[in-house]
Design a binder for this molecule. Structure first.
Ligand SMILES: [Fe+2]
Ligand SMILES: [Fe+2]
Length: 142
């Protein structure tokens, strides 16, 4: 699992989930501390989406393959997440991330159970190494 797209991306998801948990535990959603936690969450999620779009989804192979069809669907969901993030960021009232949190949970399940394992099965070791190198550049775990 360690040297797999699935393993490394599950760790990314866990880091984002931790920021969601921290934000939800903030007692005052308008406090500077809570703003900072939201900014950290937004930043990590944007980086994660950038990595998936630019490094991982591109390796799905032929346009008509099941992997690419799935990547396209997930990519459309990413657009929704980025819009929602911007909307929430502009909200001067108490920030509510619950809707986004629910959408992310469903999205993550599909990636972890379906897309990432499919990619692990079709990518060469060399391709995986390139992916790991790029992901490690911006990994929240580093
Ligand atoms: Fe994604
Ligand atoms: Fe993801």
């Amino acid at each position: 699992m360690e040297n797999s797209v699935t393993g490394i991306m599950i760790r990314h998801h866990a880091a984002i989930d931790l920021l969601i948990k921290l934000f939800n535990e903030e007692p005052d959603k308008k406090s500077p501390a809570s703003e900072k936690t939201f900014e950290d969450f937004k930043w990590e999620l944007e980086k994660h989406i950038f990595t998936e779009e630019r490094v991982i989804f591109k390796l799905c192979g032929e346009m008509e393959s099941p992997e690419c069809k799935l990547a396209e669907r997930l990519s459309n969901e990413h657009k929704t997440f980025l819009d929602l993030l911007d909307k929430i960021a502009k909200d001067k009232e108490e920030k509510d991330i619950s809707g986004l949190q629910t959408l992310l949970a469903g999205h993550k399940k599909i990636e972890e159970a379906d897309l990432y394992p499919r990619l692990d099965a079709i990518l060469s070791q060399r391709q995986k190494e390139i992916v790991f190198e790029k992901i490690n550049d911006i990994s929240p775990a580093n």
